[in-house]
Design a protein around this ligand. Structure first.
Ligand code: AMP
Length: 431
């Protein structure tokens, strides 16, 4: 049954009615319509147009959508409508579980933006920050709680958090939470939530593990799928470079000089690798910062704020923190290390080309990484275009064997010793 929000009466003179917009068909409260207009949201995005009406009817929904599609507002809007303002209890009525600290902050910011003009209390809890401050905030009362599973469980164990008043639970980026290994934590949390609740699950992909989770913890969920056919945003141009591992850094510098990105994320596979690239790059360029899981939460927050404000131009990052980042100025993604999993490629590349803007992604591929490149191409159902920068040409290989260098080509550097030890594999993709 459709539960309408209890709209608060105000004695103050009413603000002018919000302008007409594509959200009108959703029959939202005036406060929310004004907040949407203030945020500059005129038309609902596809995930919003499909998910919001179902959620407003109180249905459980499994939404397949990546970040960048407006999925956060798609679940925040029904929550705000359902809550209809602050309650008398300090305990939360809505819980949003997210995989990372950065996403917790981002989701909270979006909820605060859309709750403008309402008296809803929104609190984010996540690891890496002293728990005391978060306990204080919770004690003062939270209507909407955004949190990472570990911290939520911790607060439950300390008996500061009681989930018995929950009316709605959201699992955001559920596939990512399972990838990180949060499944047992999520299940422990869901088991403590009231049975009569609404559950919304958002996920970029719906592998069998997500299906199982939905079957167990959701009531007859409606499915909404707005994932594009090729999984990567249409407007993103995608290239690769074949490069010897020892020359990647030089290539990075040349590429940044050539491209002059507005803002770029440079993805590395490991925390140490991220630090190494950062230390070298900051000696060559201005506006370089790094972010990875070993940094203190304070440092990570500072870097993210500076990146969002455009004060940082080049962000060197690992996957864990790179996912979910939503900064509109990101014009370039550079995969300094080819991602180990093709899902990570989709998520990394999705950091650019947000909301229909143009973006470009470059992936550095070592001569022996053709197989990884092929896996990515199969996943996105599209071939990456080859790019080259003078002085970095690598001898091309055919699918089965390396071609002899042409007389006028520079002699390539020797392959890394690891490649020499490995038996030559057959690659579908010639580099
Ligand atoms: P998300 O997929 O939730 O990370 O959202 C991606 C970006 O889209 C964020 O910067 C939002 O502020 C923005 N956004 C969400 N909904 C709309 C909308 N209806 N119109 C314009 N921008 C939107």
């Amino acid at each position: 049954m459709k539960k309408r929000p209890s709209r608060r009466r105000r004695s103050k003179p009413a603000r002018p009615t919000p302008p007409a917009s594509g959200f009108d068909v959703l029959d939202l409260s005036p406060a929310l319509r004004r907040a949407l207009a203030d945020a500059g949201y005129v038309e609902p995005t596809p995930i919003q147009a499909q998910l919001i009406p179902l959620a407003l009817e109180g249905k459980d929904v499994l939404g397949q959508a990546q970040t960048g599609t407006g999925k956060t507002a798609a679940f925040v809007i029904p929550i705000l409508e359902r809550l209809g303002g602050r309650s008398s209890s300090p305990q939360p009525r809505a819980l949003i579980l997210v995989p990372t600290r950065e996403l917790a902050v981002q989701v909270k910011e979006e909820a605060v933006r859309l709750a403008k003009g309402q008296t809803v209390r929104i609190v984010a809890v996540y690891g890496g920050k002293p728990i005391r401050q978060q306990i204080e905030k919770l004690r003062r009362g939270a209507d909407i709680l955004v949190g990472t599973p570990g911290r939520v469980l911790d607060l439950m164990a300390r008996r500061v958090l009681d989930l018995s008043k929950l009316e709605i639970v959201v699992l955001d980026e559920a596939d990512r939470m399972l990838d990180i290994g949060f499944r047992p934590d999520i299940e422990r949390i869901l088991k403590r939530c009231p049975r009569r609740r609404q559950t919304l699950l958002l996920s970029a992909t719906v592998p069998p593990a997500i299906e199982r989770l939905a079957r167990r913890y959701m009531r007859d969920p409606e499915k909404v799928d707005v994932s594009p056919a090729d999984l990567t945003v249409e407007t993103i141009e995608q290239f690769y470079f074949t490069v010897e591992p020892t020359r990647k850094f030089e290539l990075l510098v040349k590429l940044l000089e050539r491209e002059k990105p507005e803002q770029a994320i440079i993805f590395c596979r490991t925390k140490r690798g991220t630090d190494r690239v950062y230390q070298r790059l900051r000696k060559k360029m201005r506006g370089v910062e790094a972010i990875h899981g070993d940094m203190s939460q304070g440092a990570r927050d500072r870097v993210m704020r500076a990146f969002r404000e455009g004060k940082v131009r080049y962000l060197v990052a690992t996957d864990v923190v790179g996912r979910g980042i939503d900064v509109s100025g990101i014009s370039h993604i550079i995969n300094y290390d080819i991602p180990q999993f093709s899902d990570d490629y989709v998520h990394r590349v999705g950091r650019t080309g947000r909301m229909g803007r143009e973006g470009v992604a470059y992936t550095f591929v070592a001569p022996e990484e053709g197989r990884e490149l092929t896996r990515i191409e199969l996943r996105i159902n599209r071939l990456l275009k080859r790019d080259e920068i003078q002085g970095f040409e690598v001898r091309r290989t055919s699918a089965t064997e390396e071609a002899a260098p042409q007389a006028n080509e520079p002699t390539p550097p020797p392959p890394p010793s690891s490649a020499l030890r490995r038996p030559r594999r057959r690659h579908r993709r010639a580099l």
